[in-house]
Design a binder for this molecule. Structure first.
Ligand code: SF4
Ligand code: URA
Length: 230
């Protein structure tokens, strides 16, 4: 429902629900195909994004574009968004209160787009969806989780492109992880019946994520049990 996204975008452009609203040049709502199968979620806008109003258009964005192209997709065919919509001054990490204030926008975006796969870019995005997990342990892994507001959702975790910019080894890891994305999508397709029956996807390639559906709200740090992962 693209109209819903447009309406939400207008709301975000005028939002002052947290102090980041005062400091921004413009909010960065997110962009891409409103019916995208894949949504990439970063942390928050940087300087370039704040200036242009578009997500991932700086150096990290160029690398993200390269990665997306490496799996025969384009920016226009996916959707790209961030956890917070306004740039934290000096590119500091967004504060918990700011993330909380901004959360309903991302939630509505995801509820509208209904992607098959959510790709979490980096540890901040990871923390919001799979709290207490380490990026170094989770990267390259796909898993399914019952998430508040989204229902049963498949997530895939990769390093943030900014982290890989100046480190060749991380860049290779990032590229290798990206190359798993088409396979994960195919698994989600293949396992459709199984998903609906609430059983494990054929050949167990996508894991069932056994934790409480409300763990984001509790910020539970307990170890999450995983089945077979990519
Ligand atoms: Fe509103 Fe989010 Fe911007 Fe804060 S960061 S002002 S909550 S749009
Ligand atoms: N880093 C992010 O997390 N998001 C952007 O939009 C740009 C850089």
């Amino acid at each position: 429902m693209p109209d819903l996204l447009k309406k939400l975008e207008r709301e975000v452009q005028n939002c002052q629900k947290c102090s980041l609203g005062k400091a921004r040049t413009q909010a960065v709502f997110g962009e891409g195909d409103p019916k995208a199968e894949i949504v990439f979620i970063g942390e928050g806008p940087g300087q370039k994004e704040d200036e242009t109003g578009k997500p991932f258009v700086g150096a990290a964005g160029k690398l993200l574009d390269e990665m997306i192209q490496a799996i025969d997709l384009t920016r226009e065919k996916v959707y790209i968004a961030n956890v917070v919509k306004c740039r934290p001054p000096g590119n500091r990490d967004p504060l918990p209160d700011e993330i909380k204030a901004c959360w309903p926008y991302l939630e509505k975006q995801l509820q509208t787009i209904k992607p098959k796969l959510i790709v979490l870019l980096g540890r901040h995005s990871l923390e919001e969806f799979l709290p207490g997990q380490k990026i170094s342990q989770m990267r390259g892994k796909a898993l399914r989780k019952n998430f508040p507001g989204l229902g049963r959702q498949v997530f895939f975790v990769v390093y943030h492109p900014a982290a890989a910019l100046y480190q060749q080894s991380l860049k290779e890891t990032l590229l290798n992880d990206f190359k798993k994305i088409p396979k994960i999508l195919a698994e989600i397709e293949k396992g459709k019946e199984n998903w609906d029956n609430g059983t494990e996807v054929a050949n167990g390639a996508v894991a069932n994520f056994k934790n409480k559906p409300d763990d984001k709200l509790n910020r539970s740090k307990k170890t999450i049990k995983q089945n077979k992962l990519f």
